[in-house]
Design a binder for this molecule. Structure first.
Ligand SMILES: [Zn+2]
Ligand SMILES: [Zn+2]
Length: 243
């Protein structure tokens, strides 16, 4: 069985209850938004258990702690290489950020290998978001996990997520907030429910909640469940589920 731990479930900024985007999936850290490193350490997870870092896109709520993670691994005396999986444009930005934040290469005693998802056999698709955002699909013996990152509602994503066991979909907004969702290329809980329905996913996990909707967990679940018949989970920081 594969374990997924939510290390951050807020969109845009951290709140009292939620850090920004980040998930630990076995030996993979998927997105490293602000606060994810803190939650990773507080949850007792070991940095050297992470072999791959997957990044959806370069908005700071998805990469804010990236340099901090590299420094923490260096302080932890890591020597094993770290693979960073992303689009080529995201990789170029991450390399530049490490450089601009004066991360001393001689002091980091491990190789950071920037690779594309196809290089490591992981399926990906570009979503509707700016800058370029990749959704990823991971295979396990029990079923597939699909992580979207950020997106506006997209039928291409329901195709990509077809038949998955767990669909982790952003739900930044709620009913009545469709116009801001459109302007910012984000989804509502209902959009996520529709995508899960079209994909025939078994379970839908909502995450990346707008801080302005803090405390609206019941509405998130109800609005996604009004269109999707499967199980809907409204993710919380530190929550663990299995595939
Ligand atoms: Zn985001
Ligand atoms: Zn974004």
């Amino acid at each position: 069985m594969a374990t997924i731990t939510f290390l951050g479930t807020s969109g845009s900024v951290v709140t009292k209850k939620r850090m920004c985007a980040g998930i630990l999936f076995e030996d993979k850290l998927i997105d490293v938004g602000f606060g994810v490193l803190t939650n990773l350490l507080r949850s007792g997870k070991k940095l050297n258990a992470i072999h791959d870092v997957y990044i959806s896109h370069t908005h700071s709520d998805h990469i804010g702690d990236f340099t901090g993670l590299i420094w923490a691994m260096a302080m932890d005396r890591r020597t094993e290489p770290l693979r960073v999986v992303s689009s080529s444009s995201t990789a170029a930005s991450l390399e530049r950020i490490l450089d601009l934040q004066s991360t001393p290469q001689a002091w980091v005693k491990f190789d950071i290998m920037f690779v594309r998802p196809e290089d490591v056999g992981t399926k990906s698709v570009t979503t509707i978001h700016e800058p370029e955002n990749l959704a990823y699909r991971f295979q396990t013996k029990q079923g597939d996990l699909v992580y979207i990152g950020d997106t506006a509602k997209s039928e291409k994503i329901s195709e990509f997520a077809k038949g998955c066991d767990v669909l982790i979909h952003e739900a930044t907004f709620l009913d009545g907030q469709e116009s801001i969702a459109a302007v910012t290329s984000h989804s509502t809980a209902r959009d996520a429910g529709n995508t899960a329905k079209l994909a025939r996913a078994r379970r839908l996990v909502l995450t990346h909640f707008s801080p302005q909707n803090e405390g609206a967990e019941k509405q998130y679940r109800a609005q996604a469940s009004s269109v999707f018949d499967g199980q809907v989970i409204v993710a919380k920081d530190y929550q663990t589920i299995t595939v």
